[in-house]
Design a protein around this ligand. Sequence first.
Ligand code: NAD
Length: 347
Amino acid sequence: MGKIKVAINGFGTIGKRVADAVDAQDDMEVVGVTKTGPNFGCELAIKKGFPLYCTFDNKDRIEKFAEFGYECLGGLTDLLSISDIVVDCSPGKLGEENLEKYQSAGVKYIFQGGEKHDLTGLSYTSSANHKMNLNAQGTRVVSCNTTGLSRTLVPLYEYCGSLKVECTMIRRAADPGDSSKGPINAIKPVLKVPSHHGPDVMTVKPEIEINSLAVAVPTTIMHVHSIIADLPRDHGLTTEKIIQMWRSTPRVIVMHGSDNRIKTTAEVMELARDIGRKWGDLHEIFVWEDGVKLVGDRLYYFQAIHQESDVIPENVDCIRALMGIEEDWKKSVSKTDESINKYYSIS
Ligand code: NAD
């Protein structure tokens, strides 16, 4: 079998990162990325050698790119005609409109967490339900928060056999490149109670009983989750055993905050920059070791999520699931991560 031909529809925050992660793999290739019009993002696509297409099929919109010196190879329909699968990285809520285009082109499709589960009737995270997504026509990689919750809760659930969770998402107000959102000088409770984040975990792992609240705070760099999980009686776990479990879980980093002077998300992001991925990304979920405590059957912990990047490797695994080329999620995860680290020369 040749390489899987991947289209990226929407080359923004998530799209440009997914394109790099796909480009790092030896079993798939980026056959094109779309931009709505000629702007600074086109420069990156050209520099990376990703064929550039227009999000729309209108002739005048396609021709506009040339006026700004960018070679645009056609519209979305042209791109879909040479693709096996499209990763939709458009802003949330455009899903329904785009889904029709993918279905009529007959390509497989992956949406992101800005879309509702109902759009596809199937959602994805690598550790929770890779098998369920094998050979499906389309799915949705859940949001950054839901991916983060799944990374630490799924292994805990697999060990205990039941789990009841209450958590608070302390959310970044905006991404670093976004000048249109807030709050700037306020703390904003999300007044949809419970928030969608916890229940969204149940779209990939329905066995976990979970609810959440959310608060937006004026930072751009990370989300923090404050989590309380009730384990069943006779779980046989200790705080240390749980920490060890997460240490051996893919895409989770556990570090002592006080000993390492990683007391806030600022230091976590500095650590991410030291790792050396582009944009200072942190694909892993960061758990503060000294913030984990099991009291009787109740577990308390904090974790931090790099909102722009934890879902990136999941999209690569999800492509393998939909194309039916790797049944074992752990094998896919290690192939994805090794390839990305090699791509960025991280030893
Ligand atoms: P973004 O605004 O940074 O990028 C979206 C890109 O899509 C832009 O380049 C935009 O020009 C383009 N676009 C606009 N209309 C389009 C259309 N009709 N079809 C295709 N492309 C179109 O948004 P983002 O942050 O990359 O978010 C993309 C998706 O990923 C959303 O569903 C979002 O909820 C989800 N997501 C975002 C984050 C995050 O922190 N940014 C994290 C996880 C998931």
